[in-house]
Ligand binder design. Structure first.
Ligand code: SF4
Ligand code: SF4
Length: 268
């Protein structure tokens, strides 16, 4: 069987999702029997322009250089797969888009750098799908090694990958995890969040904060009303949705709704 050529690219990100490859440990030795890793800068392989069968892309479009590189990656790959919150929805960097809730990119640059003019960054941060066609999206901040392993196995076997998108509450029920919203009145986002993490936070008695992003058919307004019932005020609800996936359209809509109820500048 001919080996698949694979590249792992990084745009603006913390590199945490690339670790899902490295963390396979001895599984990596099995993987390289089936794939040639052609570009993976974190693993020391540097061929960014090599044509490949599958390009995995981590990171958001936050700089003009990201956009330029991404277009080349798309030209050079048969399949393009985004990995992680940054690549799939814009991630934490996309908080800069919420100028009603947080400081703008220009304000942040001015606050952090002595010479902000040297920093080339875009005013808004966008997901990979805003600029090029994406074939599959793996959500999570970060994606997990198991999630990556399952996806690659399905591709290598020639099957259509099954991506997890049902609500996290389903996972809690299957593994008999006690609900923290019912028992502790914790502001859990699991009822609008996709599975994939194994319901790790509820398993440890903590509320989900949606690092895996929106599930299929999320009813965000209903959850927000429940959060209000727990005593959360409008801007706390907006902040709760604005953590990892503030730029995902269903979460953005909810943030905009609660943010508009908040007096200007109250949260900055
Ligand atoms: S999704 Fe999270 S872990 Fe992955 S690169 Fe972005 S910030 Fe890092
Ligand atoms: S703990 Fe959270 S994710 Fe689990 S069942 Fe309760 S609301 Fe759903």
């Amino acid at each position: 069987m001919e080996k698949l050529k694979v590249a792992i690219h990084k745009l603006t990100s913390c590199s945490g999702c690339q670790l899902a490859f490295l963390n396979q440990g001895s599984g990596l030795l099995t993987l390289i029997q089936y794939v040639d890793i052609c570009h993976f800068i974190e693993g020391g392989i540097d061929n960014p322009d090599m044509p490949v069968d599958i390009a995995f892309v981590e990171g958001s479009i936050s700089t003009p250089h990201d956009l330029e590189r991404l277009k080349k990656v798309r030209e050079n790959s048969k399949l393009l797969v985004t990995i992680g919150a940054c690549a799939t929805s814009g991630g934490v960097q996309a908080l800069r888009n919420l100028t009603g809730l947080y400081r703008s990119a220009a304000d942040m640059k001015a606050a952090v750098y002595a010479s902000p003019d040297f920093i080339a960054t875009l005013d808004n941060c966008e997901p990979v799908s805003s600029a090029v066609k994406v074939d599959y999206e793996l959500w999570g901040c970060p994606v997990s090694t198991q999630q990556m392993g399952r996806f690659l196995s399905q591709l290598l076997l020639g099957a259509e990958p099954m991506l997890e998108k049902e609500k996290l509450c389903m996972q809690c029920k299957r593994q008999q995890t006690v609900c923290v919203m019912v028992t502790k009145q914790a502001p859990c986002l699991g009822s609008v969040t996709r599975t994939g993490c194994g319901a790790m936070c509820p398993s440890y008695g903590k509320a989900c904060y949606s690092c895996y992003g929106p599930s299929e058919q999320p009813n965000c307004r209903s959850l927000s009303n429940r959060l209000q019932g727990l005593g959360m005020v409008d801007h706390d609800i907006a902040h709760r949705f604005a953590q990892f996936h503030s730029n995902a359209p269903v979460f953005r809509k909810e943030i905009d709704h609660w943010e508009s109820n908040t007096a200007e500048g109250e949260n900055k």
